[in-house]
Design a protein around this ligand. Structure first.
Ligand SMILES: Cc1cc2nc3c(=O)[nH]c(=O)nc-3n(C[C@H](O)[C@H](O)[C@H](O)COP(=O)(O)OP(=O)(O)OC[C@H]3O[C@@H](n4cnc5c(N)ncnc54)[C@H](O)[C@@H]3O)c2cc1C
Length: 246
């Protein structure tokens, strides 16, 4: 199977164009690259943002939460981590702020040319970011969707299902896309899936091994799902693609 051509990482500067809350503690930030030339990336890759504070330089990785487009723009989606240096800085930024970054980095991208298998995406929390970019590309108008796409998205509460309306619209427009939010603290009356993505994966897919899996989120979930896919479902490790957040 071929790999796509990965763009070479370089240094850029970007200006924040829009900032909006997705939840009380999660933000979606849209940036426009203004220095460093054309920023090429593949859906699913990440950037390394830089903050200078006197003589100190801090860098943090953020997945790109959008698909590549012609306008030099990209989005990120991040949680405000209590006491966290960089996430609080970013969440407090106002449009017009400029920041340096390097990228694109990473190999968490949909394999090209596409294999003849259905794809299952599994995310928790802001691990949805790179998968949002991949799904936007796979379901773009004109992209012939010849495989089923499943998104298992684990969060705690209904109001923390990031980009919920967008994924629901995608599922309504694309019969081959299936959106399965999974709530670990579901309220009474919730008719969807409850618990953790691991259990929902077993419930819907146990015994099937003819798909490719793309996983993103905190280390514990990614490690757990990889163990299930390899140990219980009999997956080859090349069918499993993942990005772990520390
Ligand atoms: C490849 C990659 C991609 C990433 N993409 C994203 C992304 O798209 N969106 C996103 O929100 N984050 C993402 N992260 C995590 C991000 O890089 C930072 O670690 C995060 O924003 C916290 O940075 P901070 O400076 O605010 O916290 P720090 O000042 O570094 O840490 C403060 C404290 O918070 C703890 N902590 C750090 N991260 C978390 C967390 N996520 N949850 C709970 N506690 C934490 C630390 O252990 C520490 O005790 C990614 C990480 C990697 C490696």
């Amino acid at each position: 199977m071929n790999q796509p051509n990965f763009p070479v990482a370089r240094a850029y500067r970007a200006i924040l164009r829009h900032s909006r809350h997705l939840t009380e503690t999660t933000k979606h930030l849209e940036w426009e690259v203004v220095e460093g030339g054309k920023f090429d990336f593949l859906a699913g890759q990440f950037i390394s943002m830089t903050l200078r504070d006197g003589a100190n330089e801090h860098t943090r990785a953020y997945s790109i939460a959008s698909a590549p487009g012609p306008d030099g723009r990209f989005a990120i989606c991040l949680n405000r981590v209590p006491g966290g240096l960089f996430s609080n800085y970013l969440c407090d930024l106002e449009p017009g702020a400029r920041l340096g970054f390097s990228g694109p980095h990473g190999f968490f991208v949909v394999r090209q040319p596409p294999v003849e298998r259905d794809l299952i995406f599994i995310a928790t929390g802001t691990g949805i970011a790179p998968i949002r970019g991949m799904l936007a590309e796979l379901t773009a108008p004109g992209a012939a969707l010849d495989r089923a796409l499943w998104l298992l998205f684990g969060v705690r509460h209904p109001e923390t299902i990031l980009y919920r309306e967008e994924f629901e619209r995608m599922a309504a427009d694309q019969p081959r896309f299936h959106f399965v939010p999974v709530l670990s603290r579901a309220p009474e009356g919730w008719t969807g899936e409850r618990g953790h993505v691991q259990e929902v994966l077993r419930k819907h897919f146990a015994g099937q091994r003819d798909f490719e899996a793309y996983l993103c989120g905190l280390k514990a979930m990614v490690d757990d799902v990889r163990t299930i896919l390899k140990g219980e479902f009999g997956f080859d490790r090349r069918q499993i693609h993942y990005e772990k957040y520390d």
